[in-house]
Design a binder for this molecule. Structure first.
Ligand SMILES: *Cc1c(COP(=O)(O)O)cnc(C)c1O
Length: 383
């Protein structure tokens, strides 16, 4: 089925790469749980598949859908967001190259670059990614990549994707955007000038907290080819069942994101007017430093809300264990609401580094439950 490119987001999420099974007419794509594929004569495959490390029809369907939703031409699905990140780094950089990263990058990406990329021969500079002068000042003759997240984790900082893509391209470098927090529904970085989009599909794309997965998407044929080659060579590919679950989640991304945004906006308002709450970090709030840039590049502002507690670290830790519906857990982007203390949980490994976060900070992944129940739960925990 070839759909016109102007089909809407949900139409493409539900149909691209997912025509009924040609053999049986099954409306839902089968899980091709197979390692290898029969060849009719030597070297002649039936549909281009020979071995599932190099390609699998279930994964292909997910890849076609993701490429369409991000307005790219090529997508590759991986076993995790970090496998996607590792593949991007090794495909795009060589020992001796320099990259620029946000000073509040996802902790796992920071660890990959700092603990594995640096011994491999990379150098990096961590900058406040919302500060374009700081990004520009960090460029060196050997800079080949700017690594960008927006909104960032856990402080929801907003980076200006278009402006940073110009800085990267003027320097002869590429721009990669980790689009995990926004999802392709709220933000399409390739349209804004980025060269590569990375996802932890574990989060909003999958949306049900039941898989670990990742993806790289690009409109550049050479990069697309290189990601496939590296994936096949390095082996960090998505298995067929994980790809199937991810695709199942992807179909409802638009309706889930609308509800995540509705709920997060209401929670941000509640927190902002609460006497026991200090600063609230949500790009949808007009007093957020990145609000105007976010309004220009995002459809809405997402489901993540962070806030500081007036009572400091001890009080923050207590609140995290007092909620009934918000489950105390790492991760984000699922239908259920989660609460966590970044300083002691997701960001414990960056304590003492430039990525350290305030210890009175709480991060919420606002789910799609009924908003009245979520508000009551949070109010009870705060009071
Ligand atoms: C979770 C996450 C990752 C890592 O993805 P995994 O699927 O856990 O490997 C990368 N970037 C961001 C922003 C994330 O939230």
């Amino acid at each position: 089925m070839t759909l016109p490119a102007d089909d809407g987001f949900s139409t493409r999420a539900i149909h691209v790469g997912q025509e009924p099974d040609p053999t049986t007419g099954a409306v839902v794509l089968p899980i091709y749980q197979t390692s290898t594929f029969a060849q009719d004569v030597v070297g002649q495959t039936r549909a281009g598949y020979d071995y599932s490390r190099a390609g699998n029809p279930t994964s292909t369907a997910l890849e076609l859908a993701l490429a369409s939703l991000e307005r790219g031409r090529h997508a590759k699905a991986f076993a995790s967001g970090m496998a996607a990140a590792d593949t991007a780094i090794r495909a795009m950089l060589r020992p001796g190259d320099h990259l620029i990263i946000p000073d509040d990058a996802y902790g796992g990406s920071f660890r990959l670059i700092d603990k594995i990329g640096v011994p491999w021969g990379l150098t990096y500079t961590a900058v406040p990614i919302a500060d374009l002068d700081a990004v520009r000042a960090a460029v060196r003759p050997t800079t080949r990549l700017i690594w960008c997240e927006t909104p960032t984790n856990p402080l929801l900082t907003i980076a200006d994707i278009y402006a940073i893509s110009e800085i990267a391209h003027d320097a002869g470098a590429k721009l990669l955007v980790d689009n995990t927090f926004a999802s392709p529904y709220l933000q399409q970085p390739l349209v804004l000038g980025a060269d590569v989009v990375m996802h932890s599909t574990t989060k909003y794309v999958g949306g049900h907290s039941d898989i670990i997965g990742g993806a790289l998407i690009t409109a550049d044929d050479e990069l697309g080819e290189s990601f496939s080659f590296h994936a096949k060579s390095m082996g960090g590919i998505a298995g067929p069942f994980d790809a199937w679950l991810t695709l199942r989640g992807l179909k409802t991304l638009a309706v889930r994101m609308e509800r995540h945004c509705d709920n997060a906006e209401a929670i941000a308002d509640l927190l902002q007017s609460h006497s026991r709450v200090g600063r609230v970090y949500y790009p949808g709030l007009e007093n957020h430093e990145g609000h105007d840039v976010a309004a220009g590049q995002m459809l809405r502002y997402g489901g993540m809300v962070s806030f500081r507690v007036a009572g400091g670290r001890e009080e923050a830790v207590k609140i995290c264990s007092r909620t009934r519906l918000f489950t105390l857990a790492e991760s984000l982007g699922g239908v259920e609401s989660l609460i966590e203390h970044p300083g002691l949980m997701t960001h414990a490994s960056v304590a003492g580094s430039s990525l350290e976060v305030p210890d009175d900070l709480i991060r919420l992944s606002v789910g799609i439950e009924d908003i009245d129940d979520l508000m009551a739960d949070l109010s009870d925990a705060l009071n």
